[in-house]
Design a protein around this ligand. Structure first.
Ligand code: F0G
Length: 486
């Protein structure tokens, strides 16, 4: 359906929005708050949310679930209009109106779109830190260097705990709280644990974090401690931590908050709505996302797919996923097995956030790439470090894992896969302060090995801005200034 609203309905809508009252169910959707079910992406089995196993794997085939909303399905013809299907025009209007609302929930860039994530019995149970509503910046210098007219960065590092994980955490942790869990847990390369610990603290829940010993940025570890999580550093990599945690949640009443939890992805799909809204519902041509455990690319794919299926947008952007060369199982899956199967790798990269060799959501991410005509490729340690510095030089900054997007864009552009007139959005996933050591090491020249820098020495030297030790005199500072401008 998705047709125009009748005049009477519009009047009612306007009146209620003006008074900032909740909308009656069937104006925008005919839903109560919770109208979802879970569908296995492997065998297609459907279960209710409450029937999911603690590890969120299908009891039949072991695959992951995704959230689906049966009420959105198109039903045949005008004779059977589907009143459960959201009305695109009304939704766009409502979401915009909510920006002026004083309701806490409307201040969240996730729950502002709550009609498209009806996963709670009551939205009153949502735990929010006013996540989302992140900025979309023009990247003017990079655009010029690459000969692209329209290049943007959606900076998810501007979320409350400094990464895109907040959008997923508000959704899944709210489910945990609503279902009465006292403990939540995740395995993490750092950002998930920071987000989980913060949201758990807000909700009054206890949280358990499993992280790989020594392979996590200090900024992230300090957040988990600050927010009061029980943090265990394991002699294992991320994949090992997740396997162990799966065993634990199968035995203890602890709610698993990794991105195998399909509710995480419901929150993480909402940046797609923000991006579409920012472009007045004309989606960009191309979206470029870092790939680690592959939940984020899957979620953004789902978000854009739903907008398209519900008639809010006319198409989907191409979605490309970029991995680090040393942690590239999805790239290999595409090259060697046409994305029909994936073989785990032993992961190595200084972009520790995406140091993942056995990504759980690879099938979902592969689908997003394939159905949109995007690409999956990998970038080297030097390419990541250079791209990160260039994003810093735009006055934005990001963490190393986020910089794979610009590094990947350069490769796509060089291969002629992105035309100069196309609109491109890079998803920057984490804040630059998450991993300050990486940045300092780069500028000091201690980050990359000679082998990694080979052929790029001059480019790297031109980007390095190491702090100088200078005498405390005006003459010495002015001399340093003169020196720096050559
Ligand atoms: N960028 C950052 C900054 C991340 O923290 C992560 C994942 C990714 C990209 C990759 O996203 O896993 O959805 O493909 N970090 C996880 C964590 C694994 O534990 O914080 P993905």
């Amino acid at each position: 359906m998705g047709g125009a609203l009748s005049l009477a309905v519009w009047r009612d809508l306007l009146r209620r929005c003006a008074k900032n009252r909740p909308l009656a169910g069937n104006l925008v959707t005919a839903m109560n708050d919770n109208l979802h079910q879970l569908r296995c992406i492997g065998c297609g089995a459907r279960i209710s949310g409450g029937e999911a196993r603690p590890d969120f794997r299908c009891a039949e085939c072991g695959e992951l679930f995704e959230v689906e909303y049966p009420g959105w399905a198109k039903r045949g013809g005008q004779s059977a209009p589907n009143h459960d299907r959201p009305n695109p025009g009304a939704l766009k209007w409502l979401w915009r109106e909510r920006r002026c609302s004083s309701e806490e929930l409307d201040h969240s860039g996730v729950w502002r779109f709550r009609e498209l994530l009806p996963i709670l019995e009551s939205f009153g149970n949502a735990v929010t830190l006013r996540e989302g509503n992140t900025p979309l910046y023009r990247l003017k210098r990079a655009a010029k260097a690459l000969g692209i007219d329209q290049l943007y960065a959606k900076h998810q590092g501007m979320n409350p705990t400094g990464s895109f994980k907040d959008t997923g955490m508000t959704a899944a942790l709210s489910v945990a709280k609503e279902r009465g869990f006292e403990w939540v847990a995740c395995a993490s390369t750092g950002n998930t644990s920071a987000a989980m610990a913060a949201y758990a603290a807000r909700a009054g829940l206890k949280s358990l974090v499993l992280i790989p010993d020594g392979k996590i940025a200090w900024g992230k570890l300090s957040q988990a401690m600050d927010y009061g999580a029980v943090t265990c550093q394991l002699k294992a990599d991320f994949d090992g931590c997740l396997t162990l945690l799966t065993e634990i949640v199968n035995e203890a009443p602890i709610y698993l908050l990794n991105s195998v939890n399909p509710y995480r992805l419901e929150g993480q799909k909402t940046p797609a709505f923000e991006i579409a809204e920012a472009f007045d519902w004309n989606v960009p041509d191309h979206l470029i996302v870092p790939g680690g455990n592959l939940g984020n690319s899957s979620a953004l794919g789902k978000g854009f797919r739903e907008l398209h299926e519900l008639g809010l947008t006319a198409r989907m952007p191409k979605i490309s996923v970029i991995q680090a060369v040393g942690a590239n199982p999805l790239v290999r899956s595409f090259t060697d097995h046409n994305a029909e199967r994936m073989e785990p790798v032993e992961a190595h990269t200084r972009a520790t956030a995406i140091r993942i060799g056995n990504p759980a959501s690879w099938r979902k991410a592969a689908r997003a790439i394939q159905e949109t005509g995007g690409w999956c490729l990998d970038v080297s340690e030097a390419e990541i470090a250079i791209a990160k510095t260039e994003i810093g030089a735009e006055g934005l900054g990001c963490e190393p894992a986020s910089a794979v997007t610009l590094a990947g864009l350069k490769k796509l552009r060089a291969a002629g896969r992105i035309a100069s007139g196309e609109t491109v959005v890079l998803v920057l996933t984490g804040h630059t302060l998450k991993d300050a050591d990486y940045t300092i090491d780069f500028h000091r020249g201690t980050l990359l090995t000679a082998e990694e820098s080979v052929g790029r020495e001059a480019e790297i030297a031109g980007l390095q801005r190491n702090a100088r030790v200078v005498d405390a005199t005006p003459a010495a500072v002015l001399a340093a200034l003169k020196d720096s401008v050559g």
